[in-house]
Design a protein around this ligand. Structure first.
Ligand SMILES: NC(=O)c1ccc[n+]([C@@H]2O[C@H](COP(=O)([O-])OP(=O)(O)OC[C@H]3O[C@@H](n4cnc5c(N)ncnc54)[C@H](O)[C@@H]3O)[C@@H](O)[C@H]2O)c1
Length: 228
């Protein structure tokens, strides 16, 4: 299995860190070498944290770095990839142009999984030649530490690609959940924002201070949610 990360910012480098930790050869693409250098520094820092916490040893640290190839060539990035994780800027035009470029060089049956936090897969896939293999796979930051991946389908996404994506993410110990229909904000951010809205309302009504809100979360439901 070979994976490509298109866009090597916060989320792209997080995915690349995680993929290499799971033993996958990973190609990381961005529009210039400076961005890729920054990404490699971020990946090293992610891995260093795990090394310091005794999650990986020095040999594994080095092996993870060896599994990463960086490139500014889309052809090199995607030509052998079975799963292409798209992590470009949150903008329809840019994501559509990235997909056009991926389709030009990638395998026709590779899964194209967008990390988008808030865009609709149907719209992202609008100009695609093979929209059936375009899915949403929204990670929760930091990607290398948090298991959740929210899988979404667009109007033309094929069930087979959703099933294969779920299998893939499970195989690398992620916890994929599949939405039955497209919804802005997916699930986890909507839940988080519901709590946030209530916190703002409580402070605005003068019921308690921000510090008390923090304590009410950290020493109460926050602990319980972690176990539930
Ligand atoms: N930041 C978060 O907490 C978070 C969480 C989950 C999902 N996401 C989603 O992940 C995606 C990336 O977010 P981010 O926070 O990593 O942004 P970022 O700005 O850190 O990274 C975006 C990267 O895309 C690159 N890029 C720009 N144009 C490109 C192009 N044409 N082709 C390929 N790459 C290009 C940029 O150089 C940059 O490195 C977005 O869709 C965002 O919604 C973000």
């Amino acid at each position: 299995m070979r994976v490509a990360c298109i866009g090597s910012g916060l989320i792209g480098s997080g995915w690349a860190t995680y993929f290499t930790l799971k033993g996958l050869e990973t190609t990381l693409y961005d529009i210039d070498d400076d961005k890729l250098d920054e990404a490699v520094d971020r990946i090293k820092s992610n891995l260093k944290f795990m090394y310091c916490e005794n999650v990986i040893d020095e040999r594994e640290f080095n092996r993870c770095l060896e599994r990463i190839t960086t490139t500014t060539s889309m052809e090199k990035a995607v030509k052998d990839a079975n799963l292409i994780q798209e992590n470009g800027p949150e903008n329809y035009d840019i994501k559509r142009s990235i997909i056009k470029n991926i389709e030009k060089y990638g395998k026709t049956d590779a899964i194209i999984a967008s990390s988008t936090s808030g865009l609709l897969v149907t719209e992202i896939a609008k100009d695609a030649d093979y929209p059936e293999r375009i899915i949403g796979a929204h990670p929760y930051n930091p990607v290398q530490l948090i298991p959740l991946v929210e899988i979404t389908k667009g109007d033309k996404t094929g069930d087979k690609y959703i099933e294969n994506a779920v299998k893939f993410y499970k195989s690398i110990d992620k916890e994929p959940i599949v939405l039955n229909k497209e919804a802005l904000g997916f699930i986890s951010n909507r839940l988080a924002l519901a709590l946030y809205r209530e916190a703002v309302e409580i402070v605005e009504r003068g019921i308690c201070s921000i510090e008390e809100i923090d304590k009410a979360c950290c020493f109460g439901p926050g602990l319980r949610y972690a176990l539930m």
